[in-house]
Design a protein around this ligand. Structure first.
Ligand code: 6CM
Length: 254
C-alpha cells in the first residue's frame, strides 16, 4: 500500500503571493500540485522502473532512461538526508537568486528577467558549455512555498519549483534552449529534546529532488548521461554544504 507522507493542500492557490489575475497563476499552482501528487507515489516508482545510479547512503540518485528521437530525456530523482538545517532553510537557499552562483557549478551566469511576486521570479541561466555539444541556456520561473497541513502530525514541508517558460526579454536566440521541470521538496524532522530547547542537533531534513530536463536539441547520450551521473550528486553535496555553512551560526528558520 502507498505510504501517505504529505497532505496535498486542498487549496494550493491560497499558498502563494502571486495574484490570481497573473498570467502564470494557474500554471504555477498546477505544476506545484503535480509535483506533490508525484511525490505521493514515490515509493512505488522507486520499486518499479527507477534505476539507482549513485548510492552514498545519505545521498541516492535514481534515473529512468528515456529517449525521444535520439535525444536523452532521462528523468532524474535524488533523495538526500542532511542534519542541522530545516526544510525552510534548504528551500530558501535553493530558491534565492542572490546566492545561486555561490553553489551552482554548472552555470556560467544567471540574471533575473522579472519578479512576478515575492515568492516567484523568472531568470535566465547560461549553462557552461559541455564539449562537444553547443552551449545551452534556460529561462524558467522559480517559485517557493510552504505546504499547508490539514493536521499537526506530519512533517513541516516546503517546495521550490523551477519550471521553463518563455519571456519577451529572454528570447532563445543565442544558445540552444534547454527546458526543465525541477522540484526540491523538503521535510523537516525534529527529534524533540528532553529539555524542550530545540537546537540544530535535533533537526534532520529529508530532501527529494526531481529533474526532468530536455537538452533542447542534439546531445550525445553517453556524454549527457556521464555529466548527469557526475553532476547531480556533486550539486547536492555542494549545495547542502553551502546551506550548512550559511546557517551554522544563525537562528533556526523554522
Ligand atoms: O537544479 C539545479 N539548479 C537550478 C538552478 O540553476 C536549476 C537548473 C537546472 C538545470 C539542470 C540542467 C543542467 C544540465 C547540464 C548539462 C547540459 C548540457 C548539455 C550538453 C550535452 C552534452 O533547476 C541543479 C542542477 C544540477 C545539474 C547537474
Amino acid at each position: 500500500e502507498k505510504k501517505k507522507k504529505l497532505d496535498v493542500p486542498s487549496k494550493p492557490e491560497l499558498a502563494t503571493s502571486l495574484s490570481p489575475d497573473h498570467p502564470f497563476y494557474n500554471e504555477v499552482n498546477e505544476v506545484v500540485s503535480n509535483h506533490l501528487r508525484r511525490l505521493l507515489t514515490e515509493d512505488q516508482e522507486l520499486k518499479d522502473d527507477w534505476q539507482c545510479i549513485v548510492d552514498q547512503g545519505d545521498l541516492k540518485v535514481f534515473k529512468r532512461e528515456l529517449e525521444e528521437n535520439g535525444v536523452p530525456l532521462d528523468p532524474m530523482k535524488a533523495v538526500c538526508t542532511v542534519k542541522g538545517m530545516t526544510g525552510h532553510e534548504v528551500c530558501h537557499y535553493f530558491w534565492a537568486f542572490d546566492t545561486r552562483m555561490e553553489w551552482e557549478a554548472t552555470l556560467e551566469s544567471s540574471r533575473v528577467v522579472e519578479w512576478l511576486s515575492d515568492d516567484t521570479f523568472i531568470s535566465n541561466n547560461i549553462i557552461k558549455r559541455v564539449w562537444p555539444a553547443s552551449q545551452r541556456d534556460a529561462c524558467f520561473w522559480s517559485h517557493m512555498r510552504h505546504m499547508n497541513k490539514s493536521n499537526d502530525e506530519g512533517p513541516d514541508s516546503w517546495i521550490v519549483v523551477n519550471y521553463s517558460c518563455e519571456h519577451d526579454d529572454c528570447p532563445p536566440t543565442k544558445y540552444v534552449r534547454i527546458t526543465m521541470n525541477v522540484a526540491l521538496i523538503c521535510e523537516t524532522i525534529i527529534e524533540p529534546p528532553s529539555n524542550g530547547n530545540i537546537t540544530r542537533d535535533d533537526i534532520t531534513c529529508k530532501i527529494t529532488y526531481t529533474a526532468d530536463v530536455n537538452p533542447g536539441g542534439w546531445a550525445p547520450a553517453s556524454v549527457l548521461r556521464a555529466v548527469y551521473k557526475r553532476e547531480y550528486p556533486k550539486f547536492l553535496r555542494r549545495f547542502t554544504t553551502f546551506v550548512e555553512e550559511k546557517t551554522r551560526n544563525k537562528d533556526i528558520m523554522f
